[in-house]
Design a protein around this ligand. Structure first.
Ligand code: C2E
Ligand code: MG
Ligand code: MG
Ligand code: MG
Length: 280
């Protein structure tokens, strides 16, 4: 098609395509190398009780410790990992690291709440997920009760019968489930009731402009009330200031995460924060 526009146009089009393809291929090659060299690390963001202010859990968030560029955030590479079929292998590395850290946490700290792991659609639908989970938890001698999986609304709404079967399987094995980024997808309340999940995480976009934005505040209050009626725990994501936390207290939201308390931290730093917060 570009050919009809003349030689120069064609060359420009072609060159542009090549730069794009080369960049993508080199990024993909770097990701593959990163998987082989185990360049991925996991940071932990505390989940905090709104009522007590104590740390009651953590979310595991992948980071790429790039040899030249330093720490790279998942928004830069999760999409490509999913498109290029690398997300399964990447997810297994995350699982291995998290289980190792949970084992160490138990030794150092004793009983501790759950660590939440984000699942991609491909992992959630992988028929071997349960087998892999059994292998890695047995290896690190930890129980499924110490792990929670975060899945998104879109992952369960596309094929909800199959999704419910996967959720039931994970629940039966002892894992807990939560719906991440709640409010941004298309879950209908009717289905929500049928999903075997333990908690909802209200998306950061609703928390951000609270309480100044009356609509967002109303949505958050409604989600908390609805979740309580359905017997679900509610977690607010992206809490950045005291006013947002006050609003969450006023509606009895259960837990929160956000920069106001702490960003995601390397394991050792998380452990220091855990001990100073909870043992004081
Ligand atoms: P998410 O699961 O919704 O994670 C919450 C994101 O919000 C994290 O970004 C976290 O650092 C950030 N965040 C937490 N508190 C605040 C706050 O107060 N303000 C702001 N502005 N941001 C806050 P992160 O670590 O960059 O992760 C982005 C997304 O990448 C995650 O969103 C999740 O969807 C995905 N992800 C992270 N780790 C994994 C993983 O191991 N596997 C998979 N499949 N996806 C992952
Ligand atoms: Mg999450
Ligand atoms: Mg989230
Ligand atoms: Mg989010």
């Amino acid at each position: 098609r570009a050919k009809h526009k003349g030689k120069n146009n064609y060359q420009f089009y072609d060159a542009h395509m090549n730069v794009h393809t080369i960049e993508r291929l080199s990024f993909e090659a770097q990701l593959r190398r990163a998987l082989e060299n185990r360049e991925f690390v996991v940071f932990y963001q505390p989940k905090v009780s709104v009522l007590s202010g104590k740390i009651v859990g953590a979310e595991a968030l992948i980071r790429w410790n790039h040899p030249e560029n330093g720490i790279v955030l998942p928004t830069q590479f999760i999409g490509l990992a999913e498109e290029s079929g690398m997300i399964g292998k990447m997810g297994l590395q995350v699982l291995d690291i998290v289980c190792r850290d949970i084992a160490q946490m138990k030794m150092a700290y004793g009983a501790f709440g759950r660590v939440a792991i984000n699942l991609s659609g491909a992992q959630f639908n992988d028929p071997f997920l349960l087998d892999e989970l059994q292998k890695v938890t047995e290896f690190w001698k930890i129980t499924p009760e110490s792990i929670e999986f975060e899945i998104t609304e879109s992952m369960v709404m596309n094929n909800h019968e199959q999704a419910i079967a996967h959720m039931d399987g994970l629940n039966a094995a002892g894992y807990t489930l939560s719906i991440d980024d709640f409010g941004t997808g298309y879950s209908s309340l009717a289905y929500l009731k049928r999903f075997p999940v333990n908690s909802l995480k209200i998306d950061r976009s609703f928390i951000q402009d609270m309480p100044a934005d009356a609509n967002d505040t109303a949505i958050v209050l409604a989600i908390v009330a609805m979740a309580k009626t359905l017997g679900l725990k509610v977690v607010a994501e992206g809490v950045e200031n005291a006013t947002q936390l006050d609003t969450l207290m006023s509606c009895s939201c259960d837990e929160y995460q956000g920069f106001y308390f702490s960003k995601a931290l390397p394991f050792e730093e998380f452990m220091v924060l855990l001990e100073s917060t909870n043992l004081s």
